[in-house]
Every structure is written in structure tokens, then in C-alpha cells.
Design a protein around this ligand. Structure first.
Ligand code: NAD
Ligand code: MG
Length: 391
């Protein structure tokens, strides 16, 4: 496959450079420094980390989303020749500079508008920011087609599926199975779940990740969002998408074909593997990850998800079936509920309850453009906040 890309030296923007995925990305870039020209690095409020990364990677522009930190960023980068900017508009402008590869690693729907701006430039979009695709759905996939962009999944499950599909005809697919670790609470009783603390929820057994996705893994909303993400990336039909709990997080997902062959992608629980796959695509690159030692791991086990204790995957499947605006409502309500849980405002088990309540009361018509989605997202957030504040 040829994109006309120069695989020896490419330009790269990292949206969400200071986060878990952003840091893993830049760790790989650091090891192959001469192959990359950095266009933009962005962050929300961690100005010290952004300035440090900008000094190291010499991007054209460094953007801090929170405007209060612009003077600090300017001071820190004075004399470097690196442009500085702040605010949501500057994030979009930075993404719209275009790069051969844009790593979309902002967390939440906050990453949607910048990701859409990158898509409009038609390069490779390496997508970690699943909430953007969940919220925008067909509006995003249509923009990808319209602008000739290439959407490569970085989420480990979707990257695994992408690799297992390897260009196959989707008509030959019998099942796509997303694996889920089950999160830190997979064996907890309902009573124990109700008393789970934020500190316990962010302590994931296998993966080291940002706080929001860690809570999503604990509720299983992460897998629910991933089901919707897979529905858009690999349109085989929702009835062919399944979820299985695999506590070891070694098999990252599977594709079963009509002839009975199942292809799986295996690897360590290290995001640098799927990130490297997207960065180097259609080639491969080295990573510092330890080789997979299956004899030491010993056992790979699988079990059905329990939707009684973890209703998130059922709620997400229903939202995907409803389609249109509903996944954006689900995502926004979940973002607010997770933030409220992390703030100690609501109990762990109230996260799914609040999301279900917002979905029951708010069903706007399907969005047709980005501003529709942002309006729906904003309204769903207001409704979710009313619930969490009244909790
Ligand atoms: P994180 O919280 O560690 O980092 C998020 C990044 O986004 C930071 O750079 C932060 O500064 C920036 N950011 C946050 N809010 C912002 C805002 N309002 N405006 C602009 N920038 C903002 O998150 P993460 O764990 O790296 O996850 C990033 C995305 O990747 C999420 O969508 C997550 O679901 C997805 N993802 C993460 C992992 C993982 O292992 N961490 C795995 C798969 C997918
Ligand atoms: Mg994942």
C-alpha cells in the first residue's frame, strides 16, 4: 500500500502530548528522532510538561488549551523560535496546519474539533481519542472519506482488529471480538462496587493510563465506547461485534472469518505497541517493549462479561443501535459522571445510573455537522451535571 509518504522522514503533530498516550508516542519519537519533524504539541494545563517537551522536540507551535497558562508558556519558550498559542481556537488552528501523521490523544469530546480539523487536511489520523469518534460517528467517518484522510486506530483493541483484518473483505467476517481486561473491579460484588473509591478505580491491574479511561475501564464504559468505536471503524454490523473478558490483556482482540479461522493480535500491555503500529504504518518500527513471553504468562483465560454488575456495555450497545445523536449523549453524560465520581460527588455505581438517566430523558435528532454534535454534547453535559449536583 502506498500513500506517497516519505517513510524516512515525516511530520507529526501530537494533540494531548502531555498525557499517557502522548508521552508514550513521544517516547517512540525520541528513539527515532531524525525521522520526525514535529509540527504541533498541545496540552490542557500542564504548562511545565508542555514547555519541557517543546524544548526537546522543537515543534513549530506549542499550544496550551487553558488560556491562563499562556504567559508562562511564552516565558518558558522565549528565544527558542517556537510559536506559542492558547485556547480552543488555537488547538484547532494547530491541528489544521496539517501533518503527515496526527496523533489524536486528547481525552474526551474536547478532542473532537481539533481532530476534525486534522482530518480536513487529509493526512493520517492516528486516533486514540475514542470519545471523538463515539460522539461524531458518521459525521467523522464521512469527513475522513471526503478529505481523503486515513484513520488508523491506536486504541489497542481496534489496532489489533485492524491488523487482523489486514485488508480483508468485511463480508467474510463472522465475528469481531473485543477483549476487555474487566478492570480492577471485575470480581467485586455489587455492594463493594457501590463503595469503590477513585483511588481504587484508577489502579488498573494491567495498563497504566489517564484517570478518565481508567475509571471507564472500571465501569466497563471503556468497552462500551470501544464497541461504538468499532462499529464505525469496522462496519460489519453491531450483531457481529462481541465482547469477552480476558483478564491477562495479552490477546488484544480477534477476528473470526466465515471459514472458521480466527486471527488474534497478541502483545504486551503497553500502548507503545499499537502506537508504533500506527506511527510506522504501513511499515513496522522498533519498540523498547519486552518480547512476549507466553511460557511465563502461562495461562490466557476468557469469560463472558457480567452486565448485571457492569451495565455499561449493554447501555452502550443500545446507544449504538439507536445511533444518530445518542452515542454523543452517552459520551457526554459519562464524561460528567466520571468527573463527578473522581471529585467524590457521586458513588461508583451512580456513574452508569446517571448515564442511563440522561439517555432516557434526552434524545435529540441526528447531528449532520460538527456544530450539531458540539451542541448535543453541551446540552447532555448540562443535564448530566444537574443529576450529579443533585446526587
Ligand atoms: P490523559 O489524561 O493521560 O491525557 C490527556 C491529554 O489531553 C493531556 O495531554 C491533556 O493535557 C490533554 N487534554 C485534556 N483535556 C483537554 C482539553 N479540555 N483540551 C485540550 N487538551 C486536553 O489521557 P490518556 O490516557 O493519554 O488518553 C487519551 C485518549 O486516548 C483518551 O481518549 C483515551 O480514551 C484514549 N486511550 C488511552 C489509552 C491509554 O493507555 N492511556 C489507551 C487507549 C485509548
Ligand atoms: Mg482500548
Amino acid at each position: 500500500m502506498s500513500l506517497g509518504l516519505n517513510l524516512d522522514r515525516r511530520s507529526l503533530s501530537v494533540l494531548g502530548a502531555t498525557g499517557s498516550v502522548g508521552s508514550s508516542t513521544l517516547d517512540l519519537v525520541r528513539r527515532s528522532r531524525d525521522q520526525w519533524h514535529i509540527v504541533a504539541l498541545t496540552a490542557h494545563a500542564n504548562v511545565d510538561a508542555l514547555a519541557r517537551l517543546a524544548r526537546e522536540f522543537q515543534p513549530e507551535v506549542a499550544v496550551i488549551a487553558d488560556e491562563r497558562y499562556l504567559p508562562q508558556l511564552r516565558d518558558a519558550l522565549a528565544g527558542t523560535g517556537i510559536e506559542t498559542a492558547s485556547g480552543p481556537g488555537a488547538l484547532i488552528e494547530a491541528a489544521a496546519r496539517g501533518a503527515d501523521v496526527t496523533l489524536a490523544a486528547i481525552v474526551g469530546c474536547a478532542g473532537l474539533a481539533p481532530t476534525m480539523a486534522a482530518i480536513e487536511q487529509g493526512g493520517v489520523i492516528a486516533l486514540a481519542n475514542k470519545e471523538a469518534l463515539v460522539s461524531a460517528g458518521q459525521v467523522m467517518t464521512a469527513a475522513v472519506h471526503r478529505h481523503g484522510a486515513t484513520l488508523l486506530p491506536v486504541d489497542s483493541e481496534h489496532n489489533a482488529i485492524f491488523q487482523c483484518l489486514a485488508g480483508s473483505d468485511l463480508a467474510d467476517v463472522r465475528w469481531i471480538t473485543l477483549t476487555a481486561s474487566g478492570g480492577p473491579f471485575r470480581d467485586w460484588s455489587w455492594e463493594r462496587l457501590a463503595a469503590a473509591t477513585p483511588a481504587e478505580a484508577v489502579r488498573h491491574p494491567n495498563w497504566s493510563m489517564g484517570a478518565k479511561i481508567s475509571v471507564d475501564s472500571a465501569t466497563m464504559f471503556n468497552k462500551g465506547l470501544e464497541l461504538i468505536e468499532a462499529h464505525h471503524l469496522f462496519p460489519v454490523g453491531l450483531d457481529k461485534l462481541r465482547i469477552i473478558v480476558h483478564p491477562q490483556s495479552i490477546v488484544h482482540s480477534m477476528v473470526e472469518y466465515r471459514d472458521g479461522s480466527t486471527l488474534a493480535q497478541l502483545g504486551p500491555s503497553d500502548m507503545r505497541v499499537p502506537i508504533a503500529s500506527a506511527l510506522a504504518w504501513p511499515r513496522r518500527m522498533d519498540t523498547p517493549c519486552d518480547p512476549l513471553d507466553l511460557a511465563t504468562i502461562g495461562e490466557l483465560t476468557f469469560r463472558q462479561p457480567d452486565e448485571e454488575r457492569f451495565p455499561a456495555t449493554r447501555i452502550a450497545r443500545e446507544a449504538a443501535q439507536a445511533g444518530g445523536a445518542i452515542p454523543a449523549v452517552l459520551n457526554a453524560a459519562n464524561e460528567i459522571a466520571v468527573a463527578a465520581f473522581l471529585d467524590g460527588q457521586i458513588a461508583f455505581t451512580q456513574i452508569a445510573a446517571h448515564v442511563a438517566d440522561v439517555l432516557a430523558a434526552y434524545a435529540p435528532p441526528p447531528p449532520t455537522c460538527l456544530s450539531d454534535i458540539l451542541d448535543i454534547d453541551g446540552e447532555a453535559r448540562i443535564r448530566a451535571r444537574l443529576l450529579t449536583e443533585g446526587a
